[in-house]
Design a protein around this ligand. Structure first.
Ligand code: ADP
Ligand code: MG
Length: 332
C-alpha cells in the first residue's frame, strides 16, 4: 500500500462541513459570521506519551481527545482537524483500528478530518483541531486562562489522578485489583474531553484551563496569567481519585491501603487527567450547577482565588501543607 492508497483507504471521507476536505493542497473551512476560530495542536510521541503496546484504537481516540480537551478549555465547539502521521510502515493491522478509534470520537463530536500529512518514520501523531467560539461584534466569548478574579471559586470537573495510578501499575510501582485497574486504565488510555461542559461554561466561568500536566502545574499557569493566587483544599482534590472510592459507593480501595499523602500526590500532580479547571464568582454557583447538570459532568469546588499571588495548599482541617508537588515538564 502506497502513501496515497493509505490516505484514501483510511483517512479520506466525504466532506461534510468543510468547503473542501482531504485531497487538494489545502482544505477550505468557511468561518461563520460573528465567530472566531479556536485552533490548537498537540503531538503524541511513542515512548513519551504512550507505550508501544497500546491498542491502536485507543490511541486513535486519545490523539484526538487531548486536542478536543483544549477546545473544551476555551469553550469552543469542535469543527474540524488535521492529522500529521509518521508511521514505521503502512500496516493495515494498525491503521484500521487506529482510524476507527479516531473517527468514533470525531463523529461523536461532529468534528471532521479535513487534511493532514503522512510520512514514514518513528510513530508520531500530530493533530491540529479547529473550533468555533461566538464573537459578536468582535467580542470573543472564548474562555481564557487570564480571567480569574480574587474571591472566585475554583472548580475542577470529573476525577483526578486515575491516569497516573494506571501508569504506576504499568511501571510496576503499584498493584491494584483488576477491576479498579481497568477503570483507571480507561482514564489513561481513553480520556473524555469535557467539550459539553466547556460550552456550558461560556459566559459563566471567568477563566479555564484543561488539566493535562498535573492539576497544580496547570493551575499555576492560570494563576500567573490572571495575576492572582489561590488556596486549594488538597484533601478535596485527593477525594476525586475514582480508584479511591470505586463504583461511587464510598467504599475504600480493597487490598491496597495507600497513605493520604499518596492520594494527594496523584490528584494534585498526576497528569493526563484532561479535566477542566475553572473559576467563577460565588454569585454564579447556581449557574455552575446548571452547567454541570446540563453537560452531565460532575464538578467540585476545590479552592478559592486570592488577591495575593502564590498557591496555598490546605488540608481538611485548614492546616497549611508544604507544596512540594512538581508537574510534568518535558525538559525539566
Ligand atoms: P501536499 O504534498 O500538497 O502537502 P500530500 O500529498 O501530503 O499533499 O497530501 C495529499 C492530500 O491528502 C492533502 O489534501 C492532505 O491534506 C491529505 N492527507 C495527507 N495525509 C493525511 C492524513 N493522515 N489524514 C488526512 N488527510 C491527509
Ligand atoms: Mg501541496
Amino acid at each position: 500500500m502506497g502513501e496515497f492508497d493509505l490516505i484514501e483507504r483510511y483517512f479520506r471521507r466525504p466532506a461534510r462541513r468543510a468547503a473542501l476536505g482531504v485531497g487538494d493542497d489545502c482544505a477550505l473551512l468557511q468561518a461563520a459570521p460573528g465567530t472566531q476560530l479556536a485552533i490548537s495542536c498537540d503531538m503524541l510521541v511513542q515512548g513519551r506519551h504512550f507505550l508501544s503496546t497500546v491498542d491502536p484504537r485507543k490511541l486513535g481516540h486519545k490523539a484526538l481527545a487531548v486536542n478536543l480537551s483544549d477546545l473544551a478549555a476555551c469553550g469552543a465547539r469542535p469543527l474540524a482537524f488535521t492529522l500529521a502521521l509518521a508511521l514505521p510502515s503502512a500496516d493495515d493491522a494498525w491503521l484500521a483500528p487506529f482510524s476507527q478509534g479516531l473517527f468514533e470520537l470525531a463523529d461523536a463530536h461532529d468534528c471532521e478530518l479535513i487534511g493532514g500529512d503522512t510520512t514514514q518514520g518513528p510513530l508520531n501523531i500530530c493533530i491540529t483541531v479547529f473550533g468555533e467560539v461566538p464573537a459578536p461584534d468582535g467580542r470573543s466569548q472564548a474562555l481564557l486562562r487570564s480571567g480569574a478574579r480574587p474571591g472566585d471559586d475554583l472548580y475542577v470537573s470529573g476525577t483526578l489522578g486515575d491516569a497516573r495510578l494506571a501508569l504506576e501499575v504499568f511501571r510496576g510501582t503499584v498493584s491494584l485489583p483488576a477491576h479498579i485497574f481497568e477503570a483507571a486504565r480507561r482514564r489513561m488510555e481513553q480520556p473524555t474531553p469535557r467539550v459539553a461542559l466547556g460550552l456550558a461554561l461560556r459566559g459563566v466561568a471567568t477563566a479555564a484551563i484543561d488539566v493535562s500536566d498535573g492539576l497544580l502545574g496547570d493551575l499555576g499557569h492560570l494563576l500567573r496569567l490572571s495575576g492572582v493566587g489561590a488556596s486549594v483544599n488538597a484533601d478535596a482534590a485527593a477525594g476525586l481519585v475514582a480508584a479511591r472510592a470505586p463504583s461511587g459507593q464510598g467504599n475504600r480501595l480493597p487490598g491496597a491501603e495507600f497513605e493520604l499523602a499518596q492520594w494527594r500526590d496523584w490528584a494534585l500532580a498526576g497528569g493526563d487527567d484532561y479535566e477542566l479547571l475553572f473559576t467563577a464568582p460565588p454569585t454564579a454557583r447556581a449557574r455552575i450547577d446548571h452547567a454541570a447538570r446540563s453537560s452531565q459532568t460532575p464538578v467540585t469546588c476545590i479552592g478559592r482565588i486570592e488577591p495575593q499571588r502564590g498557591l496555598r495548599l490546605l488540608d481538611n482541617e485548614n492546616r497549611e501543607l508544604p507544596n512540594t508537588y512538581t508537574s510534568f515538564d518535558h525538559f525539566a
